[in-house]
Ligand binder design. Sequence first.
Ligand code: COA
Length: 381
Amino acid sequence: MNSSTQETTKPKKKGGLAGITAGQTAIATVGKEGKGLTYRGYSIYDLAEHSTFEEVAHLLLVGHLPNQSELDEFKTQLRANRAIPEELCSALRDIPADAHPMDVLRTGCSMLGVLEPEKSFADQQRVALRMLGAFPSILLYWYRFKNGGTKIDFASEQDSIAGYFLEKLHGKNPDETHVRAMDVSLILYAEHEFNASTFTARVCTATLSDQYSAITGAIGTLRGPLHGGANEAAMELIEKFDNPDVAETGLMKMLAEKQLIMGFGHRVYTVSDPRNEVIKSWAEKLSHQVGDTVLYPVSVRIAEVMWREKKLFPNLDFFSASAYHFMGIPTPMFTPIFVLSRVAGWCAHIFEQRSNNKLIRPGAEYIGPDDQKYVPLSERS
Ligand code: COA
């Protein structure tokens, strides 16, 4: 597959820093003409087809694709970072069962930073691997404890993050197709240039703060439905409809009411999201595997209507939703999975920011009142 040359960076509307180049990066290109989506110069299509998430994480964090011995060592370190301390387990047990898992991850990340602070910037690779290794454990320790009272252990034969996540979520050996589908999804979610959560991490980093603080802020930013939270909202939409015709009628009504349809549109891409065709083909494959005759056809019809009516295309979040659903993943876990992957991209940006740092502090155009006469408190009406 070739990356599309149709995407452009032309801003659609003023505001929100649209179309502003806010800094330099050697980590990714998003929607650049002739380049599409690349991680350190590699096409997302090649990575999704031939690579594994761990290779991609190494590419992002270390700067090159690993050879076999580098990959083995990298995976060994990730596995060694899966176990989390009892103080953190105890804190997780205290979080209510009805908490959103994104709040759990945000809190877990922050707590890990309390227990194992980043001592110096020389420590940054260790901290990045710690988060990559520990985040699935944080999420699933809480989830399984609150759903069945199981205190999961962190031992596993699974050597990939995808396999480990699925094994600990379901408490059994994962299906191999699911492991690969999850692995591809993690590759697609790993990095995306100066998106809102990455920018948050860079702004925090630029104050010379620590890596846990930057990632905690990034998780909070990703949580919103205009960003990572869109995959959960997309699932809730898709599940409302019993068949494609009902979906079309429902969608037309929502569009007439000027509702936002989650999982569509993008700040940078204008014609398509290159990640969509990859995740869509996995959603279709998984749909056949589970004998689905509703959710995938409904999703396809929603995408057709959105293009016909609004010239809006599905972004990565839209077909990720049904793909995850077919793997038996509960909807509130969708955005947290995004975190398990994007932490690699976030940390790569933290390293890059630190390597050539300048405080990020833009100016603002003042539009408030001038020349206000101060009235003492006792004289105010
Ligand atoms: N559903 C309905 N209309 C949409 C839309 C969507 N998903 N996305 C954009 N539009 C409309 C906007 O309302 C706007 O219409 P207007 O000109 O009449 O006001 C027009 O398309 C242009 O969009 P704009 O708001 O300028 O885009 P943006 O760059 O500020 O926002 C997103 C980009 C991603 C925030 C936006 O497309 C969106 O909210 N999508 C849904 C959330 C989502 O999927 N997020 C994940 C992104 S990867």
